[in-house]
Every structure is written in C-alpha cells, then in structure tokens.
Design a binder for this molecule. Structure first.
Ligand SMILES: [Zn+2]
Length: 85
C-alpha cells in the first residue's frame, strides 16, 4: 500500500449514497484476474476522480467522478458485483 492509496472503506459513503445499500461488504470479481473480494478491500486512489483497483493484479475496477448532485461511474473492470439485498 503506498501513501497515496486508501482502501475501499474510504469511498463507503459515496457508494452507499449511490446504491442505497452497504457496499463495503459487496463482493466484486475482477474482470482481469478473476479474483473475488469485498469492495472494502479494493485499493482506492483519489485525484480528479476516484479510481478503484484490484488488490491482486492492479486492474482498474471502477472509476467514479462526483460533481455536485451527479455521479458518473464506470464499472468496466468488474466482471460481477454481488450485493446483499
Ligand atoms: Zn485483479
């Protein structure tokens, strides 16, 4: 873990705001290496937006940008997302 990186818990509030369910315990499967894991364990990088990376292979799982009342989310790097409802 480098000093600019946080874990998935750092974006728990934003994810819960969008999905209206607890997302840190949701299990995502990486679209590149296929490793499953809780969203709370992904690597988070913040800059102009937020980038979530696979802790196993570094694949970009998701990119999020928030501007006022809108959030843009790109989940291209996630194969599946398992959410408790
Ligand atoms: Zn991966």
């Amino acid at each position: 873990m480098d000093e600019l990186m946080l874990d998935g818990n750092a974006v728990a509030g934003l994810l819960q705001e969008v999905f209206a369910v607890e997302m840190t315990t949701a299990v995502g499967t990486c679209g590149d290496c296929g490793a499953p894991g809780p969203v709370g364990a992904v690597h988070v990088y913040r800059g102009a937006g937020i980038v979530l990376r696979c802790p196993h292979c570094g694949n970009t799982l998701a990119k999020m940008v928030k501007n006022g009342s809108r959030v843009w989310i790109d989940f291209t790097g996630i194969r599946t997302l398992e959410v408790a409802v």
